[in-house]
Design a protein around this ligand. Structure first.
Ligand SMILES: [Ca+2]
Length: 91
């Protein structure tokens, strides 16, 4: 619980350059985990399927991309990034 709260605070405290970088990354459909060309609910399902995995790495393509932060595990930090990707891509 404490870790999730800390991640949320880190997410909310992001500076403008970091958000700008995410917008640039979004241009490449960064949240698109299933290769559909858009970031949507089906990508969230894929992210959720790897939730709490802690063996992400090069050999499994960072849990098939769900480990957005590339720190070896899928957690609230990755969810925060996914939400940013989804919000930016929302139509
Ligand atoms: Ca991660």
């Amino acid at each position: 619980m404490g870790e999730k709260l800390q991640s949320c605070h880190q997410f909310m405290a992001m500076d403008i350059p970091s958000v700008a970088l995410m917008i640039q990354v979004k241009g490449s459909n960064a949240g698109d985990l299933n290769g559909s060309g858009k970031t949507d609910f089906f990508d969230f399902v894929k992210l959720a399927s790897f939730w709490s995995n802690s063996d992400c790495g090069l050999d499994n393509f960072w849990c098939n991309g769900a480990d957005f932060t590339r720190n070896g595990e899928v957690n609230s930090d990755d969810l925060a990034k996914f939400i940013i990707y989804r919000l930016i891509g929302a139509e």
